[in-house]
Each structure stands twice: as C-alpha cells, then as structure tokens.
Design a binder for this molecule. Structure first.
Ligand code: ZN
Length: 191
C-alpha cells in the first residue's frame, strides 16, 4: 500500500507516536513533580522506552495519544476517511506493539500504567493526575508487600534447613554414642 503522506507529514506523524515533550506528557511530568515523585524519562534500557519510570514504585507510565495508539471507544480516536485501510493497519500495528511492550514490562516486574491523552483534556486532568498518584502509591505498596513476602519465605527456608542439619547432627551423635567405633579402626585410620 503506498504511503499517503509526504515526507514532512510523515516526520510529524512519527515524532508523535512515542514523542518526547508532547503536551500530555508534560502534564503528567508536572503533575508527578508537584506531588513529590521522583522519576526518569524515556528510559531506553526498558522495553518500549516508557515515557515516565518510577523505579522506587516499580511503575512504568505510558502516555498515549488516542489516535496513534487506537484508544478503544474514544471519540478522539477516529480514523481519517481517506486511506482508511492504511490507517487501520498502522494503528493496529501500534496497538499490537503496545500490548507486547506492556507484557514485556510486566514480565520484568513493572506495573504498567497507561494514561490516555483524552484523560488529560481540560478540567479532567487534575483528577486524573490525582488518581495516577494513588495508583503509583498502591503499586509501590503491593511491590513492598511482595518483596517482604519473598524475604519471609527465604528466611523460613533457611530456618528449616538449619533445623534439618541440627536434627541430622543430633542423630549422628546418638548413633556414635550407641555404636562406638572400635579402637582398632580408629588407630588404623590414624596411621
Ligand atoms: Zn482517548
């Protein structure tokens, strides 16, 4: 299918798919900063280069444009009437890539939060940012609980191993006391 875009249009498009400093992204950044969160931007070491990463909470945030990422049921995600098939295929690819990225991040232990551009429009933005802050804190709590749980089971496993070794040693001592090794054998082993 021929590309219906001029090189200049294409450049604008591509820079918007996962762009830096888009308006919604700046809103998210400011909102988090105002609430005292520390974060990294566009971390290249992670799959999909998430827009905002909060290592302390194990949270990766994707700020998605509704059109480019095909926000389902969103009125800002309308397809252009011309070259419908082209856009359909393109947006389907973006959606698929988003899903793969999310699964990949989750497999690495990250909580992925997606913020849609439409959620940050007008008066709704502050409420969405407040909810985002809650989501981040909750994800951080869950992560701490999971880690505490892991630490606890490691500790229990170690205690069990130690108890087992102690039981074995006690048993050996008992056997040695019941069946003393004859003096002859001890003597031979020394020579
Ligand atoms: Zn939307």
């Amino acid at each position: 299918m021929p590309d219906p875009l001029t090189p200049a249009q294409r450049h604008v498009c591509m820079s918007r798919i996962r762009g830096k400093d888009t308006k919604p992204e700046i809103l998210v950044r400011k909102g988090l900063h105002a609430r005292g969160f520390r974060f990294r931007l566009q971390d290249r070491r992670l799959p999909g280069r998430p827009d905002v990463v909060l290592p302390k909470y194990g949270v990766a945030i994707m700020v998605n444009g509704c059109f480019w990422h095909g926000h389902k049921g969103c009125r800002y995600a309308t397809r252009p009437k011309t070259n419908e098939e082209f856009w359909e295929a393109k947006i389907a690819r973006n959606r698929h890539r988003d899903e793969v990225t999310e699964a990949h991040l989750e497999a690495l232990g990250w909580t992925v939060i997606t913020i849609w551009e439409c959620e940050l429009r007008g008066g709704a933005a502050q409420a969405r940012l407040e909810a985002l802050a809650d989501e981040i804190r909750r994800a951080g709590e869950l992560r701490r609980e999971r880690e505490a749980c892991k630490r606890q089971s490691r500790l229990e496993a170690r205690r069990e191993r130690e108890a087992m070794l102690a039981r074995q040693a006690a048993l050996e001592a008992e056997i040695n006391a019941l069946y003393p090794i004859p003096k002859r054998i001890k003597k031979e082993s020394k020579e």
